[in-house]
Design a protein around this ligand. Structure first.
Ligand SMILES: [Zn+2]
Length: 284
């Protein structure tokens, strides 16, 4: 895929037409449809007749995914991979309409969504005003945290550490721009530990998970369709998640975000802090 590179810190893309994607939800296992359309002042989320800016919706990251909660309490589950593809490519001006309880899981990463965004958009000069972080902040404790520092660009550093020697400790540094996103992050799939899968399913989660959309790590080895795409696919997926979760701020970030053994809950706690500092959604 050809990618336009801009000279400034952020590249933006504008949708030239809408598109829809259909598929099973990763956790609910139910058929879900996402329709993405161009809109001024996005990103907006529409669900069950309600529509709100992403930056004003409630956030819940405790259920192995990132859920966006409307004021009446209903929610759209597992939004992180779709949002990651959109903001990773700079496509902020979108209205997302979801039918079903969840975003479709698609390929378990952001590749299919990214291909659709690239196919149905073109580079454009304007996007939401970036939020420049003025002072460091941090959420979490000494062993698991997300910290953010002022920076002229949006950079992420992710560290994962798992007991399984199949993953071990991995680190990824990335200066976010569309080319790097497509080449280094978009194809990294979500993963689960075999040992926890049964417990997740008993809690009504991962019902739509399969080797078509996830990597499974077990005592006998790694099960992944076509094998791992990189030896460190796990930390790359964490970066994919982090980028998607920070879309909750509703604007690009001039910040270096460092996530150490973090997950959706900490990512979204940082997003809440950034929302408060950035004064909410521009123009709303
Ligand atoms: Zn993920």
């Amino acid at each position: 895929m050809a990618v336009e590179r801009s000279s400034g810190p952020f590249s933006f893309r504008c949708l030239t037409e809408g598109f829809s994607l259909r598929g099973v939800g990763l956790h609910s296992g139910r058929d879900c449809v996402l329709t993405v359309e161009p809109c001024d002042g996005g990103p907006l989320l529409r669900h069950e007749g309600a529509e709100m800016p992403l930056s004003r919706l409630g956030l819940v990251g405790t259920g192995r995914g990132s859920d966006y909660v409307f004021p009446d309490g209903h929610r759209v589950r597992t939004c992180e991979h779709v949002l990651s593809a959109l903001v990773g490519l700079g496509a902020w001006g979108v209205r997302m309409t979801v039918e079903g309880p969840e975003m479709p899981a698609l390929d378990g990463c952001a590749q299919r969504m990214a291909e659709c965004v690239m196919e149905h958009s073109e580079p454009c000069g304007a996007g939401p005003e970036p939020f420049a972080l003025a002072a460091p902040l941090r959420v979490g404790d000494e062993s698991r945290f997300v910290a953010a520092f002022p920076s002229s660009r949006f950079c992420v550093t992710c560290v994962v550490r798992y007991e399984s020697p199949l993953i071990g400790t991995q680190m990824l540094d990335l200066v976010l721009e569309p080319g790097a996103y497509l080449e280094q992050v978009a194809r990294a799939r979500t993963f689960a530990m075999e040992a926890e899968l049964e417990a997740l399913r008993a809690r009504g989660m991962a019902l739509g998970g399969s080797l078509d959309n996830a990597v499974l790590v077990g005592s006998g080895g790694i099960r992944a369709s076509g094998g791992l795409r990189w030896p460190d696919e796990f930390v790359r997926h964490k970066a994919l998640d982090l980028i998607g979760d920070l879309a909750a701020v509703g604007r690009p970030l001039c910040a270096h975000v460092v996530a150490v053994r973090a997950g959706h809950e900490l990512h979204l706690r940082l997003a809440e802090r950034l929302r408060a500092l950035s004064g909410g959604h521009r123009g709303s």
